[in-house]
Design a binder for this molecule. Structure first.
Ligand SMILES: [Zn+2]
Length: 399
């Protein structure tokens, strides 16, 4: 079906070019196509179902005027979408070389050529064209900067992405698009986080922390920045500061509180504080009872009030909000209780591997935009490349 559609489109484009070509020659002697014209050749190839040769014939016969320009641009886009980037590049290069184009038309052809280069993986050339366009064309500045932002993200060149993103935010055209601005700021916050990770790996703590503060300035709800702040501050022997950063996650995005638990527990150990984790978890569970938080709270209850209290708490919570994670925790707890009291734990022992397998098969994160799911938290969805769209399961619909 795809091939037929392409063939039809190519045919239509050919006719359009031929008409444009004729119109362009109206003032001249012959108002009809010469029989041996390359267009007839191209048409013949098309009729013989030799689209490749037809396309080449059209490209070679290229004659650019006001009437054919748009059609050639469309032909180039079609070639690129078919994956024939070489032909697309040839079309756009010839357009630029042969046509007497206005400044605006040159810019449009440059943009298409940059997109060809991107498809062909010729990123240096694409980057140069897009940087020129962003500087020279008022009309195409925004679209060029957006393409550059994608390019630098793909290259993991976070510094450049940040610079381009800030230029985008400063554009007049974006002042009236608050949703767009939020998405860009969110993305820039992740650029800062990525840079902080690089600094951290190089033991440049001050630069790392500065980038994380910058991330929070772009997006006050950047959970990743808070988690990184917690990790770095804890690593620097400042558990109070780490704790403050981690506790912010609850207000940034309550679904992610469970992600802070391992670091949070380390902070409390470092502070020698056994008492305040439990009330904090109780507050969090009151606000949003995710299975992982319920299990963490049950562990704290077991530590402070003993296994019987913890079992009772888990039983109540599981009845209200059944979850595999909760069931698994309950099973493990009963197993420990059985061992402690000297009772036989064999029936429970047999269940444990089954439970582990069920848990291992269950996705723990899902992208709210494209549905991509898995057991690893990605800050940028591998499916749709959106930032912050992958969330812990179960997904809450109220935020
Ligand atoms: Zn996605």
């Amino acid at each position: 079906v795809h091939r037929v559609t392409d063939l039809l489109l190519l045919g239509l484009l050919f006719v359009a070019i031929a008409i444009g070509w004729l119109l362009g020659r109206r003032g001249q002697l012959a108002a009809s196509l010469p029989l041996r014209s390359p267009y007839y050749e191209g048409l013949q190839f098309l009729l013989d179902d030799r689209t490749d040769s037809a396309a080449d014939a059209f490209i070679d016969a290229l004659e650019v005027n006001e009437e054919t320009l748009e059609t050639y641009l469309a032909l180039g886009v079609l070639m690129r979408k078919r994956g024939e980037t070489d032909r697309a590049i040839r079309i756009h290069q010839k357009l630029l070389a042969r046509g007497k184009l206005s400044r605006r038309q040159v810019h449009n052809a440059h943009l298409e050529l940059a997109r060809d280069y991107l498809s062909a993986g010729l990123l240096d050339r694409a980057e140069r064209l897009l940087q020129d366009l962003a500087r020279e064309s008022d009309e195409l500045r925004e679209v060029s900067l957006r393409q550059l932002l994608d390019l630098y993200q793909g290259e993991r060149d976070w510094g450049q992405a940040l610079a381009v993103g800030e230029r985008l935010l400063a554009l007049d055209s974006l002042q009236s698009a608050p949703q767009d601005r939020v998405a860009i700021r969110r993305m820039l916050a992740h650029c800062c986080c990525e840079m902080a990770i690089v600094h951290d790996a190089a033991d440049e703590v001050t630069d790392g922390l500065r980038n994380l503060q910058r991330a929070l300035a772009f997006d006050a709800n950047c959970v990743r920045a808070s988690l990184l702040l917690g990790r770095i501050e804890l690593g620097q022997g400042r558990p109070e500061r780490a704790l403050r950063a981690l506790r912010r996650v609850r207000f940034q995005s309550p679904d992610f509180v469970a992600e802070t638990l391992p670091l949070l527990q380390e902070c409390h150990v470092a502070l020698g504080d056994n008492a305040s984790l439990k009330p904090y978890l109780e507050d969090c569970v009151d606000y949003r009872a995710t299975p992982a938080l319920i299990v963490a709270l049950a562990e704290e209850i077991e530590r402070s009030d003993g296994p019987a209290r913890a079992a009772a708490y888990l039983a109540i919570e599981l009845a209200r909000r059944p979850s595999l994670v909760g069931l698994s925790a309950m099973l493990a707890q009963q197993q420990r209780a059985a061992v402690a009291s000297g009772a036989a734990s064999q029936p429970l022992d047999a269940l444990q591997p089954v439970m582990s397998r069920l848990l291992a098969e269950q996705p723990t994160y899902r992208c709210k935009d494209c549905g991509f799911s898995g057991r690893q938290l990605h800050w940028q969805c591998p499916g749709c490349r959106h930032w912050d769209s992958v969330r812990p399961l179960p997904v809450h619909t109220d935020d």
